[in-house]
Design a protein around this ligand. Sequence first.
Ligand code: MG
Length: 361
Amino acid sequence: MKITGMRLGRLSIPLKKTFKTALRSTASVSTNILEIQTDCGAGYGEAPPLAAITGDTDGSVRDAIASRIFPAVAGMDVSDLNDAISAAEASCVGNHPAKAAVDIALHDLWGKLNGRPLYRLLGGAAREIATDYTISLNQPDEMASDALEALGDGYQALKIKVGGDFRLDVERLKAVRGAVGTAALLRVDANQGWRPKEAIRSIKAMEDLGLDVELVEQPVPHYDIEGLKRVTDSVDTDILADESVYSARDALRLISLRAADMINIKLMKSGGISGALRICAMAESAGMECMIGAMMESKVSVTAAAHVASARRVITRYDLDPPILCAKDPVRGGASYAGASISLPDAPGLGIDGIEDVEWL
Ligand code: MG
């Protein structure tokens, strides 16, 4: 299965409701779809522009793929998967989402070449995966009613976005817990919105109020590993690193410092499936559990994340709700959702049959 060509396209999917975090607000999933062609079939990948998070724009993503990453793998055989991935990774520094698009498409093709679903090829089993559901950052009463609605829709685990005024953030959690009672599992994501001392104060306040928060994600700015460790060491609640860990190298440093209790793996940070599997291996060796999450992505790369989740037991928490937040699903095949529950098809590779509404460039 020889790599012969590629094309890039734009895909925009409206959200049911504006999505708000401490970093940004968005009304749609806007992404770049990659199709890598071979002498016997095509594979799919995806790379959204995530300027507020990763620094990547539409232009930088597409140029990195077209001028650096794809040329490094063109002409190679998909059966030499690791050689192709190494060539893609060595083609330029950074550009994690662009590398993820190529890595995901190569894994899709590798699955098709072998005639098996990707998670099976990675040694995985059909696993029960239930995603949490994200509650956007708003005023406490609005967040409480959103949480109640999500609970009514059957979502048991809610991810509460905070990271604004830290005193108001405690009020947000109080309002949400008051609305949902003890029924829901609440996890909190501050998206780097607190200083270390603010984080310690607000997390301790949540503990003192008995708000029963399962974990707090990325309380402080991504670069402040010392601050992250200070928070982790100062509170009883588990701390989950997100924006502080992109690559396996970041994971190595975080684990060696014990700067957080858990790692949130996202394919757009790790540069795809290969990088995610390296982080899994490290976390497993350190006895640390992982979450798998996604940016505002379409179901193409979220399906790839679900395959990784099914393949690695060290991933114990799932934050793969973007397809649920979308007003429509243009991806045929791939992961299917029944409420919070995600299942993968038996089809080869990612199991994606096609993608509607793509504006091919
Ligand atoms: Mg996060």
